[in-house]
Design a protein around this ligand. Sequence first.
Ligand SMILES: Nc1nc2c(c(=O)[nH]1)N[C@H]1C(S)=C(S)[C@@H](COP(=O)(O)OP(=O)(O)OC[C@H]3O[C@@H](n4cnc5c(=O)[nH]c(N)nc54)[C@H](O)[C@@H]3O)O[C@H]1N2
Ligand SMILES: Nc1nc2c(c(=O)[nH]1)N[C@H]1C(S)=C(S)[C@@H](COP(=O)(O)OP(=O)(O)OC[C@H]3O[C@@H](n4cnc5c(=O)[nH]c(N)nc54)[C@H](O)[C@@H]3O)O[C@H]1N2
Ligand code: SF4
Ligand SMILES: [Mo]
Length: 920
Amino acid sequence: MTQPQLDLSPAVSDEIRQTTCYMCACRCGINVHLKSGRVSYIEGNRAHPVNKGVLCAKGASGIRQITAPSRLSQPLRRVGPRGSGAFEPISWDEALALAVAWMAPLRETAPEKVAFFTGRDQSQSLTSFWAQNFGTPNYAAHGGFCSVNMAAAGIYTIGGAFWEFGQPDWEHTRLFLMFGVAEDHDSNPIKIGLGRLKARGARVIGINPVRSGYNAVADDWLGITPGTDGLLILSLIHCLLEAGKVDLPYLARFTNAPCLVGPDGLFLRDGQDKPLVIADGRAVAFDTPGIQPDLGATHQGARTVFQHMAERYLSPEYAPEAVADRCGIPAPRIRALAAEIADAAFNHPVTLEQEWTDFRGDPHKTMTGRPVSFHAMRGISAHSNGFQTARSLHLLQILLGAVETPGGYRLKPPYPKPAEAHPAPHCKVTPGKPLDGPHLGYPRGPEHLCLKDDGSPARIDKAFSWENPLSAHGLMHMVIANAHAGDPYRIDTLFLYMANMAWNSSMNTAAVMEMLTDRGEDGEYRIPRIIYSDAYASEMVAYADLILPDTTYLERHDCISLLDRPISEPDAAGDAIRWPVVAPDRDVRGFQSVLIDLGARLGLPGFVDAAGGPLYADYADYIVNHQRRPGIGPLMGWRGNGDAEGRGGPNPAQLDRYIENGAFYQAHVPDDARYFKPWNRAYQDWAVRTGLYDAPQPYLLSIWSEPMRRFQRAAEGQGQRQPPEHMRARLKQAMDPLPRWYPPFGDEAARDYPLHALTQRPMAMYHSWGSQNAWLRQIHGHNPLYVPTAVWEAQGFAPGDWARVTSPTGEIIVPVAHMPALNPHTVWTWNAIGKRKGAWGLDPNAPEATKGFLLNHLIHELLPPKGDGQRWSNSDPVTGQAAWFDLRVRVEKCAAPPPDEAPEVLPQFPVLPDQGRGRA
Ligand SMILES: Nc1nc2c(c(=O)[nH]1)N[C@H]1C(S)=C(S)[C@@H](COP(=O)(O)OP(=O)(O)OC[C@H]3O[C@@H](n4cnc5c(=O)[nH]c(N)nc54)[C@H](O)[C@@H]3O)O[C@H]1N2
Ligand SMILES: Nc1nc2c(c(=O)[nH]1)N[C@H]1C(S)=C(S)[C@@H](COP(=O)(O)OP(=O)(O)OC[C@H]3O[C@@H](n4cnc5c(=O)[nH]c(N)nc54)[C@H](O)[C@@H]3O)O[C@H]1N2
Ligand code: SF4
Ligand SMILES: [Mo]
């Protein structure tokens, strides 16, 4: 008898197309399998530098994203009252003509009346270029409500940052500490990295109020009380200084520790404006060849940064015994952690046999580093003391000699890049003309604030004002509230892209929905016009007047550019694309192409040719042909005649080369340039060749921040530009040039609201993006409030119980669950699982709407009144970073809300009509 012939591994597809995942912002490479032209399977691309074949649940579930019933299918114009969700379909020509009819007159008269803000997109170099040419000062992406504390503290301190700009030296590190990280934008790389550390037996320590995720697989966990990391870190610094366990040669050569601080708190400088150090008893410029700067020198009454620093942190207020109770970590554990860090750093140095030359021209035989590395994210960033806390952590890295050295923290091109190499912010409006320069940047002093002649904020979000001088990413979370209040002025058209501002992206969600629908005495909406681009029927859709429906990530071109947030690794600059691996089956257009079209219709410089016709056919054409500076475009690979890297003219075949190569390109850092990048001549020269810089720009790591000191001096009454009286005290404290700790502003509510309330990113959901995804919903369909044992017992909770959770802003009623591995003063839940009934094409009784909830209802965008007549935004006073995690609450057991047979979380809102293609 013959056996039947079975094909044991039938081909899942007849074609594979390689592109970049966008189920989160991590930018993994994917192989999209197609069968008969339809996506049949998605797997990781093993040759891709980001994920090396690893794929997460979200990435694999992309197949369900492109078939989701909630996809928008055509442009929509509002016909009912705003918020009702009543729309009529219109053609693209009508939609674009309407947008132009609204915006063109504003450009000629008052461009600031258009405010353009974007969410978690990856095309900020295009969107900012568009807004700059439109001429409005009111542009930013999502960074202000996300992690600007992380970015700004890093840039001002080490010239790079956690949050995508760098990573631990996974190959050599011995001890790895993670502060407040749940997922981050590097999800797969961090998971791969942790695997490598574990395989080598390196130690991982998690510092987080909640022991889940990375903290659950860490070797040790410190369940810190929220908002106190800065204190813990400065206490570790206290212990290291006390024990003499700091890297003195590194501090002397590569940081501003030896710079002399004059009586005004600014550096003593030579005739060429270079900071002075003392070497061999003489005051010389910091970059003089062959010097060994003296950390302990004094000169004309000035002391070094090192002395100021030692004096501050050796003070008993930073002793472990003084901070232990506040941090919720016993003093002996803090001392043991400091000893463990010192042991790894100084008893186990890593030396690579690699010669290199520093910026002074001094040769080095080897590369030696300290194998202690750190990573941190919003757990320290999303507090009102987050900027100073992030700076404290960078200071700890610097003292160990663990920045850009083997075993420590490594920056990814285009970083390192000091604050001075970034633009300063611009805000000067001339009707009918572009803005006077890029919107966002890094102020060096009060002269760079975005203020009008009368001293009032020039931007609708009040970024770069005295309230938050270094708000390098803007303040997305203040836009709607300020526009509604007409404070500092009224706008006309709010143009939003990819940001679910009527739900999980906003603080005080219910009030934001009211602001979006509120009318003035004249009967007009207070925010007269709202244009929005989404790909799905999110909660925000109902609040727009005009919807520009986007494609999904598998149906369009995207550019993950070095001008933006690229896919670089410490050893290679890299960029990537997406391209339409399938064609859209409905009347939608890629938003970037729409923006380019709008730019041409509005006649914006950069989008029209000499004859006034469109300069680019679409985004693909722009990616290939746009040049930011001569020879520098959105993509670095295969430029010129196809063999130029970084610099070179446009190459019409560039996108084809990317597609053939798995949709990415890498330019490798030479061996002698791999470490010590801020000071390494070989790296600096390579970066210039590759187009990352136009000239070498070596710099010193910034322990003492002169830009901050300049603002502090203004608060003390020095200089031309002066803050309002009521802000002086706060600025003096916030703008301290040496890292410090102060209690997060939320703690002012601690008496009545004893618990901290946090959210965490779930691994299997990306904000609201996966809300409608049939596979991912099975993992996270609803979210309880996790309660620590002490609270669980005190309230007499049992499984299945409900609680009233009250903050100074409002209350919610939600299901609870017990979690022992939790800081005793903290409750938490998963972020963005709760949905509004009717949104996302979900059944109104879907668990996301009946049992899922948001903490956002409890978080106000303003702090409680302080009696000074001012309302301060709920943000870090340095950067304007939204202080999501300052939230304080009270938790009380209560009856389950009705209906009895199927209780539902409160608050609830009217059911939204279906905007997509039917209910899931
Ligand atoms: N899967 C998935 N990945 C994502 C996202 C997503 O939604 N899903 N979102 C992306 C976005 S936009 C961002 S900004 C990043 C955010 O990346 P993360 O910062 O990693 O994510 P969060 O959930 O904000 O995590 C904050 C962590 O800090 C802890 N924490 C809160 N307060 C404190 C504190 O005071 N001290 C300490 N030490 N810890 C504290 C919380 O328990 C939590 O574990 O993730 C990105 N990646
Ligand atoms: N309570 C609490 N709230 C938070 C946070 C927190 O930690 N706690 N974190 C904050 C942070 S860090 C962030 S970054 C924000 C995130 O906030 P958002 O950036 O607003 O993220 P999403 O909720 O995912 O909303 C994005 C919108 O983009 C749409 N979208 C998805 N894909 C596409 C596409 O391809 N094209 C277009 N045009 N639209 C698309 C989605 O449908 C959704 O409506 O949330 C903030 N909100
Ligand atoms: S980590 Fe993000 S980019 Fe990578 S596979 Fe998962 S969803 Fe896609
Ligand atoms: Mo974020």
